[in-house]
Design a binder for this molecule. Sequence first.
Ligand code: AVJ
Length: 344
Amino acid sequence: MTGPEGQPIPLNGPVAVPPKDEGKPGSVLDAVEGGPLAGAVSGIVQGLTAKQKKISPRYFYDSAGSSLFERITQLPEYYLTRSENAVVERTVDAIVRQVAPQEVLELGTGSSKKIRQILDACSQTELPRYTAFDIDRGAVTTAVETIGQAYPGIDARGVVGDFEKHLSLLPQSPGRRLVVFFGSIIGNLDPWPRRRFLANVRTLLGPRDRFLLGVDLKKEPHVLEAAYNDAEGIIAEFNRNILNVVNRLVDANFDPGAFRHQAIWNEDDGRIEMYLIAETRQEILLGAGGVTITVEPGETIWTESSYKFTRRGAQGMLEEAKMRLDAWHTDTMFGLALAAPDGS
Ligand code: AVJ
């Protein structure tokens, strides 16, 4: 595969090569030493010294951010989670019957609700393992503990890593594997990183393995914009909290209260764009980077893109990554794609 300028896209390396710690039931392992945020400083400083200031959405999810996101999923305007839950509930039995997984590998652990529906449906089949993979160690630990306690027969494990970088460090599956990526988290990835991510997911799949992908669907702009501009202002608070995370990670002094939230639908690129807009002029010291930046009044920091998809678009991106769309389930708001590796 080649990138935008024709250069090869580095994949994350062959899946079987590095000596991977297999861990043991209940274990939570780091994909890389020091955890996935160990190398965060240079990327954050680079984003904040660019012409259009930018912070990656992967930094939303500290413990405050994760609880705010949990509240977002309950907002009347934020239909995504409810829709996906309903689609999963309706289709989980058929999916599990079709795949009969022996490992469920969850990329990006949310609340355990949907994964429990999958595991419940698996109770009739043979399921020795649940693996949680997330950038937030706390989220992985909680998932491993709650699933381990609720399902004593299941070998629950966790890996702390960045799904854009560390998928190749996952241990082998003990058998048929179902990789799940819920919540339209894939919508955070721009087209090129998304291609690379899907190519990496493909390397996790043997012929009998499957990939279950949740994607939010394109719909009327006012519905999309309302979902990211809730009346209660929880999403604004979630957006501003990323500055608290950045303050800790790069030893900076952002005042989150000096920014307001904006979310707009970009029709051309098919995505919601989220920004923080500075209310006042600010000088911010990025201590760990040894630089000071200036933020002008009205200047924006781009914190998130949330791409929306169509069935055709989802099918196209899966096919580009050498997977085929095996099943498509939807309530017209949200789509659940079950994908199989080509040639299986
Ligand atoms: C978790 C990435 C799917 O894009 O809708 C929620 C994050 N941002 N409200 C999304 C989010 C603002 C969410 N994802």
